[in-house]
Design a protein around this ligand. Structure first.
Ligand SMILES: NC(=O)c1ccc[n+]([C@@H]2O[C@H](COP(=O)([O-])OP(=O)(O)OC[C@H]3O[C@@H](n4cnc5c(N)ncnc54)[C@H](OP(=O)(O)O)[C@@H]3O)[C@@H](O)[C@H]2O)c1
Length: 350
């Protein structure tokens, strides 16, 4: 769709952190116009009153979701808790509106598994044939044709980008992948939560969801798809006392004696033409501040002490490549736009 008409954008759930991050990134997008942003609790409030960083940029007020108005958009982003997008997506796609869900409604194809992890009935089974998992580096050609994009979770984005080159080539065992993820507190959203209070989480560091986290089945399903086998993934998320950023360290056992140089070359080749994946030079160590506020995933690959394991360290900004930025990247692909539009922000450093 390469015309002069701007893509008309609606956002359902505009008051959360991913909603404001969509607005921040879309502010520099030359080919879109945000026409509607919803919040039931902030109906009538000006966006800039809630988010002063957007003063002078958007002349928009939050309004209650209205399906008839949303149908006038070209694309609707759902920056809502799970369960919301699947209740409205059918009416939108029937009207030719593309849907990009930042939540989990469409991320897992096995709906029985989805229901087990999300504890609710999935009401969108008939929509699943219209869904594509929105990890552009691996699903780009299918994203172009999709009606609904399941934007990946933040941990899955950092971990799948890190491990898939090795899994695709069979260079590592599928029975013992370990991924150790650490997220800033904005990953939990803006809702009041005692565990996220400054006095509770600052100057402290902990694992959570060790017995099982919803992103685990999402990742395993995609890993199984790539390998054609049943991957055993141990995933342990951690909460770190910072606002944004995510680092994942991934450990995998080599199936054959492959040099670190060969693996470095594999990664560089895999991501050579990807605008938002940076394979850093051998010996580098990615830091979350190297991607803060940007849509970039930076990673480095090691074979420590020449042993039998490969270690990948992968960083993203959970709100950008882990959510809103990737959603905009998917929108750009859907509408035949340059994938980098609206996503040229350089990371904030220091
Ligand atoms: N934070 C992250 O790093 C991150 C990363 C990847 C994905 N995600 C996912 O992105 C989604 C949004 O997360 P978030 O952190 O931005 O914020 P959030 O705190 O989950 O934001 C919720 C937003 O959705 C609206 N909402 C809630 N229930 C609704 C309903 N039934 N119908 C319509 N709107 C509803 C809320 O506004 P009203 O209640 O006023 O209508 C609010 O604007 C979540 O599914 C989350 O898992 C988050």
């Amino acid at each position: 769709m390469q015309t002069n008409k701007k893509v008309q954008v609606g956002i359902v759930g505009g008051t959360g952190y991913t909603g404001v991050e969509l607005l921040r990134n879309l502010a520099s997008h030359p080919s879109v116009e945000v026409t509607m942003i919803t919040s039931r609790s902030e109906n009538g409030v000006a966006v800039a009153d809630m988010y002063p960083n957007l003063r002078g940029i958007y002349d928009l007020q939050f309004s209650v979701p209205n399906i008839e108005q949303l149908k006038t958009c070209d694309v609707v982003f759902f920056a809502t808790p799970h369960g919301v997008a699947m209740s409205m997506a059918k009416a939108l796609i029937e009207h030719g509106v593309k849907v990009i869900d930042l939540a989990a409604d469409f991320r897992i194809e096995n709906l029985a598994l989805w229901e087990k992890w999300y504890g609710m009935t999935h009401t969108g089974a008939d929509l699943m044939t219209d869904v594509v998992y929105g990890l552009p580096e691996y699903y780009r050609s299918r994203i172009k044709e999709a009606k609904i994009i399941a934007n990946p979770g933040c941990y899955p984005t950092s971990i799948l980008l890190g491990i898939l080159p090795l899994l695709k080539t069979g260079l590592v065992e599928t029975t013992s992948i370990i991924a150790d993820g650490k997220s800033g507190v904005s990953g939990a959203g803006k809702g009041a939560n005692v565990a996220m209070l400054g006095a509770e989480m600052s100057e402290s560091f902990k694992a959570y969801g060790v017995n099982g986290h919803r992103h685990q089945p999402e990742m395993v399903e995609k890993m199984n798809e790539v390998t054609g086998t049943s991957v055993d993934l141990t995933f342990v998320p951690h909460l770190i006392p910072m606002v944004r950023g995510m680092e994942s360290t991934i450990y995998a056992t080599l199936t054959q004696d492959t040099s670190q140089e060969a693996i470095q070359a594999l990664y560089e080749e895999t991501y050579a033409s990807e605008p938002f994946v940076d394979v850093m030079p051998a010996g580098s160590l990615p830091e979350t501040r190297m991607v803060k506020g940007s849509n970039m995933c930076r990673m480095a690959i090691y074979r420590p002490a020449g042993g039998g394991r490969i270690v990948i360290t992968s960083v993203i900004d959970n709100l950008v490549k882990g959510a809103a930025g990737q959603a905009i990247q998917n929108m750009n692909i859907l509408f035949g736009l340059d994938e980098r539009l609206g996503l040229n922000q350089v990371a904030l450093l220091p």
